[in-house]
Structure formats: structure tokens, C-alpha cells
Design a protein around this ligand. Structure first.
Ligand code: 3PG
Ligand code: MG
Length: 405
């Protein structure tokens, strides 16, 4: 974060407090809130008045039957108590984004205090990147700091468009943004070799950009999750009732061919845990991933794949993981992802490797394995990290760096 004179100033900080809540609105994972604390604390230490803004969920897409916004479900008020505890000081709340209350409370906010605005997505202009909304938000603060790495891939009013209303001296990134980009660049720019990427998830189509970008850069790409079966199908394997994208078979072949040309070894899971239904109560057995019987579907990588993948990970100096190896939400199909987490932890502690979990579902998987503290870095960005590693420009970053939105 750039060092500026924040003493007595209003500093508007865009954070990503899009945290999961249970049905009683309790926070079930506060990682993103904790990750934003260094920036907030630093500003408070500098005697700034800190105005926080964030979205929570997708209220415009999940409206109530009468077409109105479900304010009860999506209000950021749910976070106020916990944030006060984390900061060890009271946090005030404005029940609107740029309305009377937000304006008054921002104007009156004393130095050293924190105000949280209502969910930015309650404003229809937020996701449209409306410049009128961005300007009204900008009027609330003297400085704008973007620390919302998890939302940096969105060109929204509060994440990107707003930056144009502050000159270079009055805008910048927070610590979390700096940390995320620094770690991501360690795998993107000059990874220490051998570099292994573990790529999973349901669909090849979600990971094409990532795979293309990793080819030639990685020594190994370990493929797991539902997407592995599209590769096996493309190679002529029998995949039973496993997930497959029939329109991506050529693409899967192409990726395998390119990998050979570019000296990247793609390893598919030799065997799978197969089930006779998509359920934790299903009957299961182990099968070779290219000989899965009809009526059975691969829902996790098998023991041979686990052993092979773990070996490769443990002999790597850089490991990046994006996407689970199986349906880890169901206990029966969580072993593959847990094993990856364990191997990464071992590579870190014993091999001195740089290990990073690239956000999204793989973060839940490593939390489930209880190994979140055993890897070098866990990203708070799902889509944002994926797009950054694909080599895309993120609007939230471009806007601050002055390249427009
Ligand atoms: C996320 O959780 O992916 C970010 O907070 C962005 O939210 P979105 O995917 O709803 O834009
Ligand atoms: Mg998302």
C-alpha cells in the first residue's frame, strides 16, 4: 500500500467481504474478512476515517418473488458484529450505499473510526459499472483504495469505474491486493522448477484458458475432477456414466498434443473411485479411469492416481492447485483432494516448495483437510485468481494503474 498522509482523511476502501453465510446469517468462513484487516488496521493507525464497501452474494440475480431485493438475506449488516470483534472496536453501518444515511455517516465519521456501507449490489448500477453510481460513491471519500482481489475481475462501479474520480495521488491498492499479486506472479513469471500445476473441477471448458497458459510453463500438470473424463474419452477410453463434455473432445486432444510439443507432462488419474449414483450413499469401487463400466461414474481420483500425483507434488519446487480432484463435498469422494492437500503440505515443510492454492473450491477442500496453514499461500480469489493466471488483465487492477476500465 502506498504511503500517503491519511491523517484525518476519509478513505474509501473496496474490500471483498463476500463471505459464506449459513441460513441464520452466521459467517461460516471469515477468511476474506481476516485477509482485509492489515489494510484497515494500517489506515486506522494512520488516523484515517475508514469507509468500507463490499458486495455480498448476487442480490440482483436472486430477487424475491415480488421482484424486490432480498435485503434481509443479503444485507452486509450481518457482518458488523464480527468485524467489530476482529478490529476490536465498534463498526458503524449505513443502511444504504450512496443514500442520505451513507452520505451523512461518511461525512460525520471521526478519524480512527470505521463505517461499513450496505451491499454495493443493492444498487442496480453496481454490476453495470454505472459511472453515476461510481461518482456518487467517490464523493464519500478523499482517497480510494482497492483491496478486493476476489472481485478484481469485475468491471463494476465500486471495483473499477470509481477509480477514475481519483487522481494518482489519491488512489491505490491495499495490502491484500499486493500480497495476492505478488504470490500469483511467483508462479506466473518465474516459477522455481520443477513446477507442477494441479488442475481439477468439473469441466474442461472452465479451465481451457488456464491450461493453455500453463503449457510450456509447467513441468507437470496433474488433471483431476470431472474434467479428467473428457480427456479419457478423447483418448478413446471407456468412461461409463462419468461427466463428459462431448463438444470438447477435440480440444482435449489438442491440449494433450500441445503439451507434448511444449514439454509439459500432463498426467491424468490412472484410476478412479467410481459410484453407481451421484450420492454419498452410492456403492463404490475402484476402476481404471479408461475402463469404467456402464452405470458407474468417476467421482474421485483412485489410490494409484493419489500415489502418483503425491509423488510428483512432493518432488516439485513450485505447486499451484486450482480445482478439486473429486466431489469433495461428499465424504466418500473427498480422499483425492485431501491427499493433494497433504502432499502440498509435505512439499512445503519438507521440500521447501512454494505452494499456492488458487482460490475457489480448492480452498474449501484444503480447509476441510485442516491444512490451510500448511501451504505457502491461499488466495482469496476464485474467478479473479483464475483469470489472472490465465493472463487476462483484471479491471480492478487496470483501473488503479490508470489504463482505464
Ligand atoms: C467471488 O466470490 O467470486 C467474488 O466475490 C466475486 O463475486 P461474483 O462471482 O458474484 O462476481
Ligand atoms: Mg465468483
Amino acid at each position: 500500500m502506498m504511503k500517503k498522509d491519511y491523517n484525518g482523511k476519509k478513505v474509501l476502501v473496496r474490500v471483498d467481504f463476500n463471505v459464506p453465510l449459513d441460513k441464520d446469517h452466521n459467517i461460516t468462513d471469515d477468511t476474506r474478512m481476516v485477509a482485509a484487516l492489515p489494510t484497515i488496521r494500517n489506515l486506522l493507525d494512520d488516523n484515517a476515517a475508514v469507509i468500507l464497501m463490499s458486495h455480498l452474494g448476487r442480490p440482483q440475480k436472486k430477487k424475491k418473488e415480488d421482484g424486490s431485493i432480498d435485503t434481509e438475506k443479503f444485507t452486509l449488516y450481518h457482518l458488523v458484529d464480527h468485524l467489530s470483534e476482529l478490529l476490536d472496536q465498534p463498526v458503524d453501518f449505513a443502511h444504504d450505499v450512496v443514500g442520505e444515511e451513507a452520505k451523512r455517516k461518511s461525512a460525520e465519521l471521526p478519524a480512527g473510526q470505521v463505517l461499513l456501507l450496505e451491499n454495493t449490489r443493492f444498487e442496480p448500477g453496481e454490476e453495470k459499472g454505472d459511472s453515476n453510481l461510481a461518482r456518487r460513491l467517490a464523493e464519500l471519500g478523499d482517497f480510494y483504495i482497492n483491496d478486493a482481489f476476489g472481485t478484481a475481475h469485475r468491471a463494476h462501479a465500486s471495483t473499477a469505474v470509481i477509480a477514475q474520480y481519483f487522481d494518482k495521488e489519491h488512489k491505490g491498492f491495499g495490502f491484500l491486493m499486493g500480497k495476492e499479486l505478488g504470490f500469483a506472479d511467483r508462479v506466473k513469471e518465474n516459477p522455481e522448477k520443477p513446477y507442477t500445476a494441479v488442475v481439477g473441477g468439473a469441466k474442461v471448458s472452465d479451465k481451457i484458458g488456464l491450461l493453455e497458459n500453463l503449457l510450456g510453463k509447467c513441468d507437470n500438470i496433474l488433471v483431476g475432477g470431472g474434467m479428467a473424463y473428457t480427456f479419457y474419452k478423447a483418448l478413446g477410453g471407456e468412461i461409463g456414466d462419468s461427466l463428459v463434455e462431448m463438444d470438447k473432445l477435440d480440444l482435449a486432444k489438442e491440449i494433450l498434443d500441445k503439451a507434448t510439443q511444449k514439454n509439459t507432462r500432463i498426467l491424468l488419474p490412472q484410476d478412479s473411485v467410481v459410484a453407481d449414483s451421484f450420492s454419498n450413499e452410492a456403492n463404490t469401487q475402484t476402476a481404471a479411469s479408461d475402463q469404467i463400466p456402464d452405470g458407474w461414474m468417476g467421482l474421485d481420483i483412485g489410490p494409484k492416481a493419489i500415489a502418483k500425483f503425491s509423488d510428483v507434488i512432493k518432488s516439485s519446487k513450485t505447486v499451484m492447485w486450482n480445482g478439486p480432484m473429486g466431489v469433495f463435498e461428499m465424504e466418500k469422494f473427498a480422499q483425492g483432494s485431501i491427499a493433494i492437500a497433504k502432499a502440498m503440505a509435505e512439499a512445503t515443510s519438507e521440500g521447501g516448495a512454494f505452494t499456492m492454492v488458487g482460490g475457489g473450491d480448492s480452498v474449501s477442500a484444503i480447509n476441510q483437510a485442516g491444512l490451510a496453514d500448511s501451504v505457502t499461500f491461499i488466495s482469496t480469489g476464485g474467478g479473479a485468481m483464475l483469470e489472472y493466471l490465465e493472463g487476462k488483465n483484471l479491471p480492478g487492477i487496470e483501473a488503479i494503474e490508470g489504463k482505464g476500465v
